[in-house]
Design a protein around this ligand. Structure first.
Ligand code: EPZ
Length: 419
């Protein structure tokens, strides 16, 4: 089992370029299923989840070649319309392939997806949306058996702006003759990036980033090359790491619009945020201040994927803060671990009350999920003494060698293997 061994107390100084977005690349890889030509994705991030998604494409018949920092996907040999549970159960984004496989083969057999254990994570909105397009879906023994022969363009209304359901329905609509309108879409930047990627191959998608998206059906997609956006959650993670440790860090490849809610919440919070083009400089020399209330919301609200990380920062802030997790019903698993480091946090249902402490103390903690693990690392960076963070395989799903990034900024952190 791999862990991070951290000696807390170092300030963070230096420059770091932000990697490509996990949650943009995953649906884009699903989008490759729509194409029967070669696709090259530049700045391909080798997170565990993106590598698993490549394995799913290979299992469907695609050939993939990873060069230096890009991946070439030969899609002409994709011939299967079902995904094995061994791969699907590893990641949430396997379910995004359903819409794409239906578009290409008019049938699909897809198991229930995996992903972080941060709640029940149902897929009812995906199924309801695809059925509104005429898909016949039978849910049997953990598999979805889908028949898309009678799918037609039309209006699809999603009960909640689900990121994955929006992406799935978009992918299912690309080849449907006529115009499909999706209402109450999620507005995340990753959805805009998926639409931009598909349009670069010849799709006709408009409105992505708003709550109504229109897709005009086309007959086929060309091959092409694409560079996905950078990861706004990684950016936010390192901004908060700098606040929690103190320091002077410049992040490059940043789109500050994508983290506007975080920036808004950090205004006047003992740090200076300097934005110049795609560079964001964070200067933090004082103990952070409490934030009266943070509520996670769909984009452009405060992202649920930064909730554990800001909770870590608030654990050492001056004053008492409230964090409300509105998106996932089991996304406070990092709280018990933060308390092992001395954090003072009281949880009642979806609300956490955090009384900032002047000091946390090193301890042994265990990752429960990807972003919760990132939060534990941030807390370990400031805790006095030694902290070990176990089960960092959770973190590797969405950060590429996080310890190397932090070492570059002066953190005292090592990856170790425990017996
Ligand atoms: C995506 O998950 C992201 N994952 C998540 O990031 C992110 O936390 C989430 O969007 C919200 O922003 C990827 O993009 C791979 P949702 P997704 O559908 O699509 C409920 C990370 O750490 N819901 O927008 O699964 C659901 O339970 C991961 O990178 C239904 O009820 O999220 C949740 O309460 C974690 N039925 C809410 O909607 C459905 O059919 C939002 O979920 C689908 C979702």
């Amino acid at each position: 089992m791999e862990s991070f061994f951290i000696c807390g107390g170092n300030r963070l100084e230096g420059e770091l370029s932000i990697q490509t977005s996990k949650n943009a690349v995953l649906p884009i890889l699903a989008g490759c299923i729509l194409c029967d030509k070669d696709i090259i994705l530049h700045k391909f991030p080798k997170y565990e989840d993106t590598l698993t998604m490549l394995n799913i494409l290979e299992d469907l018949g695609a050939k993939t070649f990873i060069y230096d920092d890009c991946v070439k996907i030969q899609c002409d040999s994709i011939s299967k319309s079902e995904i094995p549970v061994s791969l699907a159960s590893k990641i949430r984004s396997s379910i995004f392939s359903l819409g794409a496989i239906l578009s290409r083969f008019k049938k699909a057999k897809v198991p229930y997806p995996g992903g972080c254990a941060i709640g029940a994570r149902p897929i009812d909105l995906h199924i309801k949306g695809l059925k509104q397009l005429g898909a016949k879906i039978v849910d049997k023994h953990g598999y979805l058996y889908c028949d898309g022969t009678n799918m037609k363009s039309g209006v699809v209304s999603i009960d909640f702006p689900s990121v994955g359901a929006t992406e799935n329905i978009m992918l299912a609509s690309v080849f449907l003759k006529g115009t499909t309108k999706i209402i109450n879409c999620a507005r995340e930047p990753e959805i805009v990036d998926l639409a931009n990627f598909l349009n670069s191959l010849g799709a006709k998608i408009s409105g992505a980033g708003n709550s109504i998206i229109e897709i005009e059906g086309v007959t086929k997609l060309d091959g092409g090359e694409y560079t996905p956006i950078t990861d706004r959650i990684t950016t936010g993670t390192y901004v908060l790491a700098t606040l929690i440790c103190g320091g002077d860090v410049t992040l490059s490849g940043v789109n500050c619009e994508h983290i506007s809610s975080l920036i808004h919440n950090l205004k006047n919070n003992c740090c200076k945020l300097d934005i110049k083009g795609d560079k964001l400089r964070v200067i933090a020399n004082k103990r952070p201040k409490a934030i009266s209330k943070i509520e996670t919301q769909p984009y452009p609200g405060f992202p649920t994927d930064l909730q554990p990380q800001i909770m870590a920062m608030l654990s050492v802030a001056r004053g008492t803060s409230v964090v409300v997790e509105n998106l996932f019903e089991s996304r406070f698993k990092h709280v018990s671990e933060l308390k092992k480091l001395g954090a003072d946090i009281l949880v009642n249902d979806k609300t956490a009350i955090i009384k900032g402490k002047s000091m946390l103390y090193g301890a042994n903690v265990v990752c429960q999920d990807l972003r919760g693990g990132a939060g534990l690392v941030l807390a370990g960076l400031v805790a006095k003494g030694y902290t070990t963070v176990d089960d960092v395989f959770h973190i590797d799903r969405g950060y590429y060698h996080m310890e190397k990034d932090l070492q570059k900024l002066g953190a005292n952190i090592e990856r170790i293997t425990k017996a």
